[in-house]
Design a protein. Structure first.
Length: 386
């Protein structure tokens, strides 16, 4: 009897070992789409080997994607789109400024069970290049591995090319996958019926980003900042040397503070987007943070100090020169940073069309050159008179 018990225990233990544990994620608001991950026991033990991924959609979408990484840049991404009767799995690398590009170095196998059946698109993937890839590494023992996801709604892309052109997603986000809870089994295809255990667990959502909301924020942010730095700041700054009077000083202060309020509003939108998209560490937000912070902290104070000093003495103070030259510097940096913002968004995309970027460069360049020439001429005329 004891021998029979031991044999049964051994058989059940072996059967459980063969079954796969999975972590499954369903994005909020996208209940028709699921992403699942399985790490075989052998991969977890050695730190190398395959990882299994299932991507599934019960509704028609243009494409949907799942990738390793906390942000798109450097991520190892799988984009799935359909043809009339089959699915295409496109391995891609996330790069800055453009849509993810096809990764010819990826090693993956499309497994049985993949395809389109009764309106459901399924991609069962064995990935042999998911432990390390250009730009990243997966820790299969992590309890909070970051994965990104994205969905583009619309009619199916209908392409069997792994390098097909795709347009920007409508919604995206970040999830954390507990790789330990996704570990288990030794199946060559853990997503076939009977290969998965019944107590598969769910990955957790970290962030969800609605692309339409981001698009509106981008337009508002760009509009506010460009109008402020390319038009209002330079034109208002020229008011005092062109029309010197006590009334001009008051008008100058009011208009510049109003423009600063506009900049703060645009700055808030920019920071909100940078946090949502994981871009706070990029050059455009960093320059923006420095410029706007200095504008808020120093420019009004220096202007007020100079005004009070001039009312008492009729002369210029050090604050006058600091106010003037820092203002010119911030205007220049703001104009340059707007161009960098277009580059960060992606020149040539629907959000930053090439024609619009060229038009901005021409207008901003002409305004800056005119501003410098006028400032130089007024300075020369003032010195000649003295």
């Amino acid at each position: 009897m004891l021998i029979v018990y031991c044999l049964c225990w051994w058989f059940l233990a072996g059967f459980d070992y063969a079954l796969a544990q999975v972590q499954t994620f369903t994005p909020a608001g996208e209940t028709a789409i699921t992403y699942s991950v399985n790490v075989p026991n052998s991969t977890a033990a050695s730190g190398s080997g395959p990882i299994f991924i299932q991507m599934r959609s019960t509704k028609e979408v243009q494409w949907f994607a799942w990738g390793q990484g906390a942000v798109m840049q450097g991520a190892n991404i799988f984009v799935v789109y359909a043809t009339a009767n089959n699915v295409t799995v496109s391995p891609r690398l996330g790069v800055e400024h453009v849509m993810p590009l096809f990764n010819p170095q990826a090693r993956l196998t499309i497994l049985n069970g993949s395809g389109i059946s009764n309106g459901t698109t399924t991609a069962n993937i064995r990935c042999d290049s998911c432990i390390t890839w250009p730009g990243g590494h997966e820790d299969v023992t992590s309890t909070s591995s970051p994965w990104i996801w994205a969905v583009k709604h619309g009619s199916m892309l209908d392409s069997d090319s792994v390098s097909a052109s795709i347009t920007m997603h409508d919604i995206s986000g970040v999830a954390t996958v507990n790789m330990k809870q996704a570990t288990g089994g030794s199946s060559e295809n853990p997503f076939l019926n009977g290969s998965m255990v019944s107590n598969s667990s769910s990955a957790q959502a970290l962030t969800t980003v609605n692309s339409e909301s981001v698009r509106k924020k981008r337009i508002a942010h760009a509009s506010l900042m460009i109008v402020a730095f390319v038009l209002f700041f330079p034109l208002i700054a020229l008011g005092i040397p062109l029309f010197p009077s006590s009334r001009t000083v008051i008008i100058h202060a009011f208009l510049q503070l109003s423009t600063l309020a506009m900049v703060i509003a645009g700055f808030g939108l920019g920071i909100s987007m940078a946090i949502s998209l994981g871009l706070v560490g990029s050059y455009h937000p960093i320059i923006g943070i420095v410029v706007v912070s200095c504008l808020i902290l120093f420019q009004p104070a220096m202007g007020l100090f100079q005004h009070r000093y001039f009312c008492r003495t009729g002369k210029k103070s050090v604050a006058s020169y600091v106010h003037r030259w820092s203002g010119r510097t911030f205007i220049t940096l703001g104009i340059i940073n707007a161009g960098l913002g277009f580059r960060l968004t992606g020149v040539g995309t629907s959000i930053a069309p090439t024609g619009a970027v060229i038009a901005y460069g021409v207008v901003a360049g002409l305004v800056w050159i005119s501003y410098v020439l006028i400032v130089g001429f007024l300075s020369y005329r003032r010195q000649s008179r003295s």
